[in-house]
Design a binder for this molecule. Structure first.
Ligand SMILES: [Zn+2]
Length: 318
């Protein structure tokens, strides 16, 4: 046994000396799904970032425009961003000209770093409130949270902020393709944008819509009523293909199901609120009321969403 100690010590030293180096590339191969002739999505595992998925958990997408590529949400780390670059390179040699970030949560945009490194001229767009949050330090917070959640699998990632702000109802034409932006004040966060690719009939929903999963709605930034209203905006667009922030893509039913979940959650919490129950006291009852969703990823963490709904209802009744 004793003879093994020097080797162990050496490997610990090696680990320590590597702790500032970049973590290895994404190991698993993820399928590239062709949504339309010009729109592709890499569906990440419907989980939270962890050591096994090496932080990858969102749905990065890309659009082939005339002579270029536009990326939506390049993922949770420099490693995921590099994987997205490899997937794009398998389809086209055209340069990435633009990136959209749907919101501040790091699993969606920390891959910006890889895109900018490969294509320094690419313009990264996001809601101005996301840019403000990064200036206030949210990017660095997300880098730390991601490293902790993945035990270092996102090591080497830096927060590369968006370049340009976009707000509700803005329309952009990028190399011949029209992009229409939707934003509804407070929804999943206070800085969500949804991106319609008009000619393709596709809408990227960010985390205003997730599929078979509980999306955290943080009371300090998000708002359930606002999220329901944001989904109405997405449903009014003429899109046929709905791309959620997490989970499988589909049609309008994905957005309608998310809306139904939020409405049921709110109605259940309101019912017990009116009976005078605290959020802690109503938790089991609400979970029973929402039993149809019990197979959703993170259902056991519904408590924090109940808490958010409770606080919102409390605020509204003052
Ligand atoms: Zn999110």
């Amino acid at each position: 046994m004793h003879a093994r100690f020097p080797a162990l010590a050496a490997s610990v030293l090696l680990l320590l000396s590597c702790s500032s180096a970049k973590a290895p590339p994404i190991e698993r191969d993820y399928a590239l799904t062709r949504i339309t002739d010009h729109v592709y999505v890499i569906h990440g595992p419907n989980e939270n970032p962890n050591p096994t998925n090496q932080a990858f958990s969102n749905n990065p997408g890309f659009v082939l425009v005339h002579g270029g590529v536009v990326v939506i949400d390049p993922g949770s780390s420099v490693q995921v961003g590099e994987m997205v670059l490899r997937k794009i390179a398998a389809v086209t040699k055209d340069p990435i000209i633009a990136v959209f970030n749907t919101h501040i949560h790091g699993d969606h945009w920390l891959g910006n770093q890889a895109i900018k490194a490969a294509y320094p001229k690419a313009v990264i767009y996001a809601h101005p409130k996301m840019m403000e949050a990064i200036k206030a330090g949210e990017g660095d917070n997300w880098i730390k949270m991601m490293n902790a959640a993945t035990q270092g699998a996102s090591r080497g990632t830096k927060a590369v902020a968006p370049d340009m702000g976009l707000d509700h109802d803005e329309a952009l034409k990028l190399y011949g393709t029209s992009f229409h932006i939707y934003h509804n004040d407070r929804a999943h966060t206070d800085n969500d944008i949804m991106i319609e690719v008009v000619e393709e009939g596709v809408i990227f929903l960010g985390d205003n819509v997730v599929n078979k999963r509980i999306a955290a709605n943080f009371p300090e930034h998000g708002n359930i009523q606002g999220q329901i209203a944001a989904i109405d905006l997405a449903l009014k667009a003429k899109a046929m293909h709905f791309i959620p922030g997490h989970g499988t893509s589909g049609g309008r039913e994905i957005a309608l199901t998310q809306q139904m979940f939020l409405k049921s959650l709110r109605a259940s919490v309101k019912k017990y609120y009116d009976q005078g129950l605290s959020d802690f006291e109503m938790k089991d009852k609400v979970m029973r009321d929402l039993g149809t969703y019990k197979d959703y990823y993170d259902f056991n963490n519904l408590g924090r969403v109940i808490n958010a709904a409770y606080l919102q209802i409390e605020t509204e009744s003052f």
